[in-house]
Each structure stands twice: as C-alpha cells, then as structure tokens.
Design a protein around this ligand. Structure first.
Ligand SMILES: [Zn+2]
Length: 313
C-alpha cells in the first residue's frame, strides 16, 4: 500500500479498491482542496484498473477527517436565499418520493446534517423519522432547533435492529464514507423486505464533470473519498441483496456556479472577486438551471438519484 506525505502531521493512508479489493489503480489526476482550501496538498484521484471505481488514494486517516470540515462547512451554514432554495428542493423531493416517505413508513436519513429533509418529511405528515449524523454540531442543531430524533455517529455505530426501517435516505453522503460497500451492507440489513434506499451522489461520468474538469464540485477532495458513475453505483448495489432501479438525472445548476467560482479563485486569486461570486452563488445556481436541464435530457447529469429495493424473499 502506498502512503504519501500529508498536511495533517500523520501520513496519508493507501487503500485498496472498496468494490473489488484490487490494489491495481491508475492516476486520473491530482487536485488541491479548492472548495474549502484546508491545505495546499495535491491529492491523487485514482481509478481501479479492475472495476473502474474512482477513489482518493492515498487518503487521510479517519481521525484526520473531522478536521477537513471547517466549522462553516456549507451544508451547516447557508445564506437566506440558499436556505429558501434548499427548502423548496426538499419539499419537491418529499412530493416526488411520497409513496416512500409517507406514514406509517419509518424513514431514516443517514448523514442528515441539521435535519432539513427530515423536517420536510415530518411536515408532510409522517412523524416516524430518524436521523444519523456524525457532526456533533449539526446533530445538535437538528435535535434542539427542529426537535428531531437524530443520533450522533455513523450508521454502523448506531447498530439499528434488523429489518427495522422502511425507507433509507442517503443524500450526497456515500462519497464521503470510508467504505460505501460496508455501509450499504448495513443498509441492506436494517431495511425490511419491500423497503427501499434512495441514494443521491455526484456523477463523475457526467457532462458537467467532463466540461468543468478539475473545477467540477463533485471531486471535492479530500472530503469526497469516492466519485461514482452510474456503472460503479450499479456494481456497488450489486454487492448487496438490493435491487437497483432506474437512475434519475437531476436538473440542478449549482455545479456550473461552483465551477465558475473555483476557476475564478484559481485564475485571479482575488479575495474581493471570490466574495462577490460567493454572494451571487445562489442566484447563479438558479440561473444555470437550463444547463442542468440539458445535462438531464442527455441523461448525463452531475447529480444522480437511484432507488434500490430490498426484495421480499
Ligand atoms: Zn476495483
């Protein structure tokens, strides 16, 4: 296993492919942490030569990972317009997934953050909601401000009973996990027969990933340990008893706005410009929606959703 130098005082960890166990990989490219600028370290994005899974290798050890999420990490702190836009998106998600999230189904959101999506599920009339969130700060906000049942930790640490959940939501979380395969095996165990898991991930085989290249927000090193494609997501589901459904290609414009911001930050290194583009970000994201619609029509969106089902037998 290869190890590398590290910005954290401990070495980085060389890892085998989570999907097939192979140690044979090739470098796709190297990338700095452009989104949070936690360090100038160049991270290596690798592709497994056997199964094509794309992952960060080497990567930070688990104990260094919390330090890679600054206190102002975007999902925990948003602008008013950003909050409104997300609320609208969550409401739309709850409407679209009505048959999966309505009472009396027991709904679990893994990596629920401050509980925005769970709150919308509860508002739609289903009180049977549970969240799991590793950030102590975000989990506390979910409990104290929203009155949600949110447990601090990982899915594995919570050790929920077998077949105790009807619907699992896991939105933009799988790519952050040390072993998506192990976590999905746990999801498989806690789902009751006939239950479903809804997975949202960035799509590294998408138009925005190809057009924006290193400025695509879906890389987000070193917080994203994996970059999935529809193919690798299918193969990952294939390691469980779950049955994969069709992939939905979402229509968001957010990646184009982030792409412009990351490009401008690297090109001009101008704090005032960065600040101005950050302030314009929610408006630019909404304004870029037509690009998201085109990617969706081409079935090549940068953000995809898959529902996988737990069989009855
Ligand atoms: Zn592999």
């Amino acid at each position: 296993m290869s190890t590398g130098s590290s910005p954290y005082g401990t070495p980085l960890q060389g890892v085998a492919c989570d999907l097939c166990g192979s140690n044979r990989d090739q470098t796709l490219f190297t990338l700095r942490d452009m989104m949070q600028t936690t360090s100038d370290h160049e991270y290596r994005i690798a592709r497994c030569r056997v199964c094509d899974l794309i992952y960060l290798n080497p990567r930070p050890y688990s104990w260094d990972i919390p330090g890679l999420y600054p206190a102002e990490y975007a999902p925990f702190k948003r602008s008013a317009l950003g909050t409104l836009a997300r609320k609208w998106l969550h409401k739309r998600t709850v409407t679209e997934l009505a048959n999966l999230v309505q009472a009396p189904r027991r709904v679990l959101d893994i990596g629920c953050g401050t509980g925005e999506l769970l709150e919308q599920v509860r508002k739609s009339g289903n009180p049977n909601v549970l969240g799991i969130e590793p950030s102590i700060q975000a989990a506390r906000v979910a409990r104290e401000n929203r009155g949600l049942d949110v447990r601090t930790g990982t899915l594995e640490q919570c050790a929920l009973p077998d077949a105790s959940i009807d619907t699992v939501l896991i939105s933009h979380v799988l790519e952050h996990l040390p072993s998506p395969r192990v976590t999905l095996r746990e999801v498989d165990r806690i789902l009751r027969p006939g239950g479903a898991v809804v997975i949202w991930v960035p799509n590294a085989a998408s138009v925005p990933a190809k057009v924006l290249g290193r400025y695509w927000m879906g890389w987000d090193v070193p917080r994203h340990l994996y970059a999935f494609t529809p193919g690798s997501l299918h193969r990952l589901i294939g390691t469980t008893s779950l049955q994969p459904g069709e992939i939905l290609h979402e229509k968001h414009g957010i990646e184009w706005s982030w792409g412009l911001r990351l490009w401008a930050a690297e090109r001009f290194e101008n704090e005032q410009l960065n600040g101005a583009l950050a302030a314009l970000h929610p408006a630019m994201s909404i304004g870029s929606t037509p690009l998201g619609i085109i990617s969706s029509l081409l079935r090549s969106s940068g953000r995809i959703r898959m529902i996988a089902w737990k069989p009855f037998d």
